[in-house]
Design a protein. Structure first.
Length: 255
């Protein structure tokens, strides 16, 4: 028997998978594949090919993998040259669901990624130093509570020649003015531009997401990345103020 799976959002149930005419209809927003990633964070297969030029086999991690579509597509493209792993905040987006999605979408068992569910990317990661050669994140970062710590932790788990590509989602022009900027830094009563602040770090490259208001980061491994920021406030726009707004606004002060 095929059953419906539901999550709760703003007090109401909504489907991330439902059944119509005995066919599974998957929620598109949690099935971000490589084609959708191009506008958000660029050409992921191209980045991976460059790493594989210097290494025979690599480990890849996606933060906020959803159903695991992008990882499944990467595994199909690169086969045994890569190992694929993903994380999800929700406990329901687990290994079983990813496998069910992959099989339904005609991927093989060996292409199913390892999924770590109930994973809070706004806290210290459980992964060891130098664990992954490539880390990427799309359509997720605006929900992460401590984005400065997140960037530091991604750098920590990268291997020596590792690269991370992270969709920053720092700005939403469809929000009211006071909530347009989803990340703020303050120092002695003066606001510091977040992108300019990140631009001080030689291992971080900032690029514009295609057709979107925000940017994405390309991070090369550096030793002991410390952004020098203290998180002082988290405003959950979507759940605490208005469900039509996206993500969380986070405010930092310089340490």
């Amino acid at each position: 028997m095929i059953k419906n799976y539901t999550l709760k959002k703003s007090g109401e149930k909504y489907y991330f998978k439902e059944i119509k005419n005995n066919k599974i209809i998957w929620r598109k927003g949690r099935a971000q594949g490589l084609e959708g990633a191009k506008g958000r964070i660029g050409d992921i297969p191209k980045q991976i090919k460059e790493i594989l030029n210097n290494k025979k086999r690599i480990k890849i991690l996606e933060i906020g993998a959803g159903f695991g579509r992008a990882l499944l597509e990467l595994k199909k493209l690169f086969g045994d040259k890569i190992e694929v792993f993903g994380t999800n905040f929700e406990k329901e987006f687990n290994q079983r669901l990813t496998k069910e999605y992959g099989i339904d979408q005609d991927f093989s068992d060996k292409e199913i990624p390892k999924i770590y569910s109930n994973f809070d990317a706004g806290q210290k990661f459980s992964f060891k130093n130098n664990s992954f050669d490539f880390v990427f994140c799309q359509a997720t970062m605006q929900y992460i509570s401590d984005r400065a710590l997140f960037i530091e932790e991604v750098n920590r788990i990268l291997t020596k020649e590792g690269i991370a590509v992270l969709e920053l989602q720092e700005y939403r022009k469809d929000h009211p003015k006071e909530y347009e900027n989803l990340i703020e830094i303050w120092d002695n009563g003066k606001r510091i531009d977040f992108l300019k602040y990140l631009g001080r770090y030689k291992n971080i490259q900032i690029k514009k997401s295609k057709g979107r208001d925000w940017h994405y980061l390309i991070i090369k491994k550096t030793k002991n990345l410390n952004l020098g920021l203290k998180l002082v406030q988290i405003i959950d726009l979507e759940n605490d103020i208005y469900s039509g707004w996206w993500g969380k606004k986070v405010i930092y002060v310089k340490k």
